[in-house]
Design a protein around this ligand. Structure first.
Ligand code: CA
Length: 234
């Protein structure tokens, strides 16, 4: 337990009541009252779950949901939408955007807690079930996917989340060449190619290589195609 839950709800009475009851159940909470701060806060706080109201100032809940699902940092965080009666079509849209569940206002706290527990349980089972040989090694380089940690000669290397995802994708593919589009998809999320230019990959590969120092040479440019990771000892 003790999981952190982000509550995005502008009506303070409701958000306080939700907070009070989540805390009583042993959860930690972060409250946001404006839609425009929701995605940023989620990326920073990395909550185990997000309760997302639909009618919000700043950005509405559907747009928040869209942004959360477009960002690799937040896309795997489960979302339960808080909808009012009569927002039937929004509910459908929200589920289509990748929300996991919804609760219709006015809701009972028992119902809300039951949904929260159910979604968290589903996700932890999924996480436990996912095959995770997630320790990758090459030369002086070690990547631990579970800990989101990269070490060079045993010393931690500070990487941005994109650099980390890029390195993970390359190392996990063995010697296979990955195109820039494939790397975008893996590190930026599925629809990233619509918004991010492929040369962004080159920029991040550049900074990544520098940070990996002598092991940066393992990220090999394959001209007119993309990149591959050289795992063999040179
Ligand atoms: Ca509202």
């Amino acid at each position: 337990m003790n999981e952190k839950i982000l509550v995005v709800e502008d009506e303070r009475d409701i958000s306080r009541m939700i907070e009070y009851n989540l805390k009583k159940e042993g959860y930690r909470t972060v409250l946001v009252h404006d839609g425009s701060f929701a995605a940023l806060t989620a990326a920073k706080e990395k909550p185990a779950l997000i309760l997302l109201d639909l009618m919000l100032p700043g950005l509405d809940g559907l747009e928040v949901c869209r942004r959360l699902k477009a960002d690799a940092k937040t896309r795997t965080i489960p979302i339960i939408m808080l909808t009012a009666k009569g927002e039937e079509s929004d509910k459908v849209l929200g589920l289509g955007l990748g929300a996991d569940d919804y609760v219709t206002k006015p809701f009972g706290l028992k119902e809300l807690l039951a949904r929260v527990q159910a979604v968290l349980r589903r996700y932890s089972e999924k996480a436990a079930g996912a095959a995770a040989p997630e320790r990758l090694k090459a030369g002086l380089l070690e990547l631990d996917a579970a800990k989101v940690e990269v070490r060079l000669k045993g010393a931690p290397v500070e990487l941005t989340s994109k650099e980390f995802e890029l390195l993970k994708a390359l190392m996990a593919c063995g010697e296979k060449v990955l195109t820039r589009e494939e790397l975008l998809e893996k590190a930026w999320g599925l629809d990233a190619s619509l918004e991010v230019e492929t040369r962004t990959v080159d920029v991040h590969v550049g900074t990544l290589r520098k940070k990996l120092r002598s092991e940066g040479r393992r990220i090999v440019t394959v001209k007119n195609y993309g990149y591959r990771f050289e795992g063999e000892e040179a």
